[in-house]
Design a protein around this ligand. Structure first.
Ligand code: AMP
Length: 398
């Protein structure tokens, strides 16, 4: 495998797995084109070098084969606009005579988009014969769909075996994601602080366990903190918690102690008498939340403590908000983390924000260009940080 920029695409037909799984409204208009925009530099680079491009993607979750609602033909016009007006050809089927003929006739600088891969159940099943048919359309294989890298689907992983190591590579989106993730997981400069938040411990167990092997500090905030406080005998009022995960919370604390990893839980909380932005609020010490009240954000002292840890770090991984940041009155904790991560980054730390809601939070607060890297692959990034091998990465690296 060689780096994308060292790859020579001149005269080659590049078969690129992209993530054009964009939301469409009832009139089949794209309501968020970020995933399309992300991969434009990969496509443009290949075209500029004198290659041609065959794009393959899934769209939605079609259950019964070809369906109008999930046709990629709806995005052709917009793709053409994003590529500066280049004509984008379309094949009404991702395999078969039309796709084969159109791919064969492609000239340097031309673009062909194939119909939704998931119109074939073979795609998600990782069918080898289907993958081989797709592979015949291009000379080189480029995977630029990090969002599906954790799936062993025909077009994301299985197909790679039909291309020699010299003829397969990551696209720029995928390369950026993989390099950032590897930097944090395998080459982190210490102190390495992981900030883990969000609603439930159960969603984050594997990631915390993996981080216990790598991080020097783990900040735990958000709803998941209350399971830890209850497990330690604290009063949490009606805060969100998981009784069945209390033994696990204690186990995590014990493991961290044994390994010398510092766990930072909030010392105070913004509590509310209702799960609502207009609820009455006050600040309570952790473990002392009265009945009828629930913790919806970390308190001011916690924000200061967390910021100190973050500012002393050289590597930072952030996954999950510190509170119910969707409501204005409970977003100060998450915002304080964003500010501290931005400042640490400016001071030279490497910061990666990955996975669902923390990504929404940095975007919402306008901090996306103040951190080192914002991952677009929610599920894929989470699985990476859980220590799993992602089939889409492994298939390219071989
Ligand atoms: P996750 O997808 O696991 O990162 O969880 C994100 C969700 O957790 C967001 O929708 C937050 O509103 C929610 N959340 C964060 N803190 C709390 C809390 N203290 N109580 C209830 N929900 C929370």
């Amino acid at each position: 495998m060689s780096l994308f920029n060292n790859f020579s695409f001149a005269g080659k037909k590049a078969l690129i797995r992209v993530d054009f799984n964009v939301p469409l409204n009832d009139a089949f208009e794209i309501t968020d084109d970020n995933r399309m925009r992300a991969t434009i530099p990969t496509i443009t680079k290949i075209l500029k070098e004198g290659g041609s491009v065959i794009l393959m993607s899934h769209l939605g979750r079609p259950k019964d084969g070809p369906t109008e609602k999930y046709s990629l033909k709806h995005i052709v016009k917009h793709l053409s606009e994003l590529l500066g007006g280049i004509n984008v050809q379309f094949a009404n089927d991702c395999i078969g005579a039309e796709a084969t003929d159109k791919a064969a006739a492609l000239k340097a600088g031309e673009v062909l988009l194939l119909e939704n891969l998931r119109f074939y159940k073979e795609e998600e099943k990782g069918d080898i014969a289907f993958a081989e048919k797709l592979s015949k359309l291009g000379d080189v294989y480029v995977n630029d769909a990090f969002g599906t890298a954790h799936r062993a689907h025909a077009s994301t992983a299985i197909i790679a075996q039909f291309f020699s190591k010299e003829n397969r590579t990551f696209g720029l989106v995928m390369e950026g994601e993989v390099m950032s993730a590897e930097k944090v997981m395998h080459a982190a400069q210490k102190p390495f602080t992981a900030i883990i938040g969000g609603a439930k411990v159960s969603d984050k167990i594997l990631i915390i366990e993996n981080l216990l092997e790598r991080a020097t500090d783990i900040i735990i905030g958000g709803g998941m903190a209350y399971t830890f406080f209850k497990a330690q005998g604290g009063k949490i009022g009606k805060s969100i918690h998981e009784d069945d995960r209390m033994p696990l919370a204690l186990e995590i604390l014990a493991k961290a102690k044994a390994k010398g990893v510092n766990i930072h839980l909030p010392v105070d909380n913004v509590v509310a008498d209702d799960f609502s932005n207009s609820a009455n609020t006050k600040t309570c010490a952790s473990g002392e939340i009265p009945d009828g009240w629930e913790g919806l954000d970390v308190g001011e002292k916690s924000r200061e403590d967390f910021a100190k840890v973050i500012l002393a770090s050289k590597t930072i991984l952030w996954n999950g908000p510190m509170g119910v940041f969707e409501m204005e009155n409970f977003q100060a904790g998450t915002k304080a983390i964003a500010v501290a991560v931005a400042e640490a980054t400016q001071n030279g730390a490497f910061s990666l924000v990955g996975g669902g809601d923390s990504v929404s939070a940095v975007n919402q607060f306008g901090f996306n260009d103040k951190v080192s890297y914002v991952s677009t692959g929610g599920g894929a990034m989470l699985e990476y940080f859980e220590g799993k091998i992602l089939p889409g990465i492994a298939a390219i690296k071989g």
